[in-house]
Write a protein that binds this ligand. Structure first.
Ligand code: SF4
Length: 414
């Protein structure tokens, strides 16, 4: 194989990494090299370059694979063993050098590093850990590091990864065990969840130790996350949210990312030919938000889905879908209702609800007060009672649902 220069490898391995959705750096500890005798980087800065891949994914971190070679053959993955793609591989020293040079130019706020599996899970994990170790110990890098973790790797390697990285993630890949067995037969759902449970225990142990001894070493302070591929198998939105809810519950995940399956060249015949609509990914993120920040239960989210197909409606957000299905809970009186009821009003976010609760301690709120706290009071009106407003009845679906998308007519259609 011809030797590739660093720029050519970067082109291949950054492109190969764009299928990984989990690139957010939220939730880490604040840390900066400013004013320190040694070190470089900070997790605090804003204004660092946020790049977007052509398909719209955020790549604000230097997001690369160590290699896109892999000994596994997951059907949905462009890097699988049988895929006919150009292969490349960085050495750990090359990744360190790239990260530092990008950081010095203020292009990135940190590193997101994943990899295909080469030789064995342990060998691959050793290479990933070496990058993080060298950045932290040799170069005193204080920026953000997110390492993708190989579920079968030795627990000592996971331990070393968590010592250096802010966040670890283990991809659950598909929402159902049957989907995983069909599309990624070398992977095992119990092994993936076992690795997640191990990371959770380490995070909790270390948090506990640090409460007692400030000098206790940390472990993945930004927690762990995972990613699910949407639309590669027949799993419904209800299946996906059930899986996500279980993962949050069992492994205290910070985030579950949903990544719409992208058709890949020379794809296996077991995969669908078309990608699912991107709006489906968006609706799943909205449902995830409802679970984590709006007090909805899994049963509530399931009730927002179509009872027969188990799919969330694409033409309206799941909060509105739930409100229309349970009209008896509306309208909600903004001057009396508890926080939980206000959070269920379609169009009212957490910030707006906090604003309402603060403002109503001093006076009774009118519709114009709510308008100041939200983007569009028109959408909210059917669901609210204010001092000067009471809807006659909750409008039917057509009044509150968004208009159907416009379609471009074809000039020469038959
Ligand atoms: S193990 Fe990862 S990189 Fe390898 S084929 Fe499966 S999904 Fe792709």
């Amino acid at each position: 194989m011809a030797q590739l220069d660093l720029r050519a490898k970067l082109g291949i391995l950054a492109d190969a990494a764009k299928y990984d959705a989990s690139c957010a750096s939220s939730g880490t500890r604040k840390r900066s090299s400013e004013g320190q005798a040694k070190g470089i980087g900070s997790t605090e800065g804003m204004g660092i370059c946020h790049a977007y891949a052509p398909d719209g994914r955020c790549i604000s971190l230097l997001k690369i694979l160590l290699t896109n070679s892999c000994i596994f053959d997951c059907h949905y993955c462009i890097n699988r063993k049988s895929s006919n793609v150009r292969r490349a591989r960085f050495t750990p020293a090359e990744v360190v050098e790239l990260t530092l040079s990008f950081y010095r130019r203020n292009y990135i706020e940190g590193l997101f590093l994943s990899s295909g599996i080469i030789r064995s899970s342990d060998y691959t994990m050793e290479q990933l850990v070496e990058v993080a170790r060298s950045l932290r110990e040799d170069h005193h890098f204080r920026g953000y590091i997110h390492l993708k973790t190989i579920p079968d790797a030795d627990p000592l390697l996971i331990e070393a990864a968590g010592r250096h990285a802010d966040r670890l993630s283990i991809n659950v890949e598909l929402p159902t065990e049957s989907g995983l067995a069909r599309l990624a037969p070398e992977k095992s759902a119990p092994r993936i969840e076992g690795a997640m449970a191990g990371v959770r225990h380490k995070i909790e142990d270390r948090q506990d130790a640090r409460r007692r001894y400030r000098s206790a070493p940390g472990f993945a302070p930004a927690g762990q996350s995972t990613q699910m591929i949407i639309g590669a198998d027949a799993a419904t939105d209800r299946d996906i949210m059930t899986k996500a809810h279980g993962l949050y519950d069992r492994h205290a995940l910070r985030r579950v990312y949903y990544s719409a399956f992208s058709p890949i060249p020379d794809a296996s015949a077991v995969l669908p030919l078309k990608r699912p609509p991107l709006i489906r990914e968006h609706r799943l993120y909205q449902s995830d938000w409802m679970l984590r920040f709006y007090g909805y239960s899994l049963a509530d989210i399931s009730a927002a889905a179509d009872p027969a197909s188990g799919m969330l409606p694409l033409d309206m957000d799941p909060k509105l879908a739930w409100a229309l299905r349970f009209r008896e809970h509306f309208p909600v009186d903004v001057n009396r209702a508890p926080r939980e009821a206000l959070l269920r009003v379609p169009g009212l976010g957490v910030k707006a609800v906090n604003g309402i609760l603060a403002a109503r301690r001093w006076r009774r709120l009118r519709l114009e007060d709510i308008a100041r706290l939200t983007r569009s009071v028109v959408k909210l009106r059917p669901f609210l009672i204010a001092e000067d407003w009471r809807p006659v009845r909750l409008g039917d679906r057509l009044e509150v649902a968004p208009p159907p998308p416009r379609q471009q007519l074809e000039l020469f259609a038959a």
